[in-house]
Design a protein around this ligand. Sequence first.
Ligand code: PLP
Length: 433
Amino acid sequence: MTDEPRRRIPRTDDLLRSPELATAADNLGHDVVLSCIRRAQQQAREGHITPEQVAEAAVESLPRQASGLQPVINATGVVVHTNIGRAPLSIAARRAIEQASGYTDVELDMATGQRSRRGAGVLDALLQKVPTAEAAMVVNNGAAALVLATTMLAAGREVVVSRGELVEIGAGFRLPDLIRSTGARLHEVGTTNRTHLADYGDAIGSQTGCILKVHPSNFRVEGFTSAVDLPALAELGVPVVCDIGSGLLTHDPSLPDEPDAASALAAGADLVTASGDKLLGGPQAGIVLGRADLVERLRRHPLARAVRVDKLTLAALEATLRGPEAPVNRFRRLTPDDLRDRTRALADAIGGTVVETIGRVGGGGAPGHDLPGLGVALPGGDPDELARRLRTGRPAVLARVEDGHCLVDLRCVEADDDPTLTLAITRAMEVQA
Ligand SMILES: *Cc1c(COP(=O)(O)O)cnc(C)c1O
């Protein structure tokens, strides 16, 4: 008699034939669904659920998607947030990825049937945006662009760089270590706060491969400082590589201190390197712009193949360059007035308080540049616990804890997501109550 319920446990094959689990097997993979079924059957054998609940338990335990990466609502007010994938892509870029994800003519001229230059469309789009660049190249990321440029120009020789620019940019990325890894020697000049033209002049000699000028991105030296600008460095007669970092292609008056590719080239840089997924608002990529002869040598360098960029990236980057304004730029420009109605509505819906907030560009861009905004301070309870519940809910929401409050900032939330966010917060607060 005690075996009776066990015999009623549905068989694996029957469960796999049920429409919901069959669809799941198509979307998530057979093995994933099988392990959910086995787990549910085991729960029934152990008496935690009834045999009749097995199918439902299996369905409930299915993962939401085939990849472990889940979407996150960014309620931090930090526009380029490294831990959640930096720049969110525009709708145009997302569609471009979808379309390029099957077979696509990434290296084929469809008219002639001959092999074509990989990523010609994106190079064309870059040169349209920065007409003063003679040539362009796209690689895997900003660090790869820098490694390729310094390897080509200075492996076995010296990279002359100011001590004020030897920065650590993110976890595991120290510029001096990266340069040394190419086999180039660093020739440091000047001091942390002041470097003069004569320092560079004294350093240059037969061993010099290039001068490297780095935008110190995530920190600022203030007070008694001095740096040498590009026009003076360009006079020294060796190639000048300028790593601008965050990837503005042309000057943006709303970020007056942020360097851009067109200005750096106009000021005499021979090569400019930048990231695609910071202020440009595209996919992870490294962008190189500059002198045609140098870019051609980069392209022919054996290392170029190792830092080659994927077709999905090429598609997304081209759509970012040609398409509608990137989300990072829309978010960055929002003022407290732009955010007021949505923020009030959210505060009313969840019983929170509207507060003034300071958003950030983030991702090592525009340090010290405040983005005044508005947020909702969530009521009650332990703010860290509430933030944890928001992070682990579905959809996942990343909020900020500040001054003893869990803060939700709508700057980087698409207005279409407001209802979903409201629901997620309501649920997280209920659980806590
Ligand atoms: C971000 C950054 C890099 C690294 O670029 P990734 O795309 O993250 O590899 C290099 N240099 C500067 C100045 C940066 O700001």
